[in-house]
Design a protein around this ligand. Structure first.
Ligand code: AMP
Length: 118
């Protein structure tokens, strides 16, 4: 059984901050930033690659609304979706990580590799 479907059904507790009939936003259980929210569709969609344009057309304004509610629209935020094994996706139910509340680091892998080679 999909863990995020269980959260949607209320079978597993979540620290929900916002929802409508189609989407749910709740705190990530292992936050990787001062603010770390997961945003999911209530319907089971495995990952971003499976997401329809119609779903994304509704999900985009919901994500923007969550960012506004948390006042992340002021200074900015990072929005990530991990897709499949190489993308590091652990939960096979489409979710966006909304991260913020600090100036986030952005590792420049090519630069780091070049430094190591010196
Ligand atoms: P991903 O690796 O992109 O699939 O991310 C899955 C995320 O779900 C991770 O950041 C986990 O910390 C988070 N997570 C897993 N189980 C729960 C849960 N029960 N409540 C909240 N967040 C969860």
């Amino acid at each position: 059984m999909c863990i995020f479907c269980q959260i949607v059904k209320g079978e597993i507790p979540a620290n929900t901050i916002h929802e409508n009939e189609d989407f749910l936003a709740f705190h990530d259980i292992y936050p990787k930033a001062p603010i770390h929210i997961l945003i999911i569709p209530k319907v089971h969609v495995e990952n971003f690659q499976q997401a329809s344009p119609e779903l994304m057309a509704k999900m985009t304004p919901f994500i923007q609304e969550v960012a506004r509610l948390l006042e992340l629209d002021q200074n900015g935020y990072r929005l990530i979706t991990n897709n499949g094994p190489d993308g590091g996706q652990e939960v096979p139910h489409l979710h966006f990580h909304l991260l913020g509340g600090t100036r986030l680091n952005w590792p420049h892998m090519a630069e780091d590799a070049a430094k190591k080679a010196l």
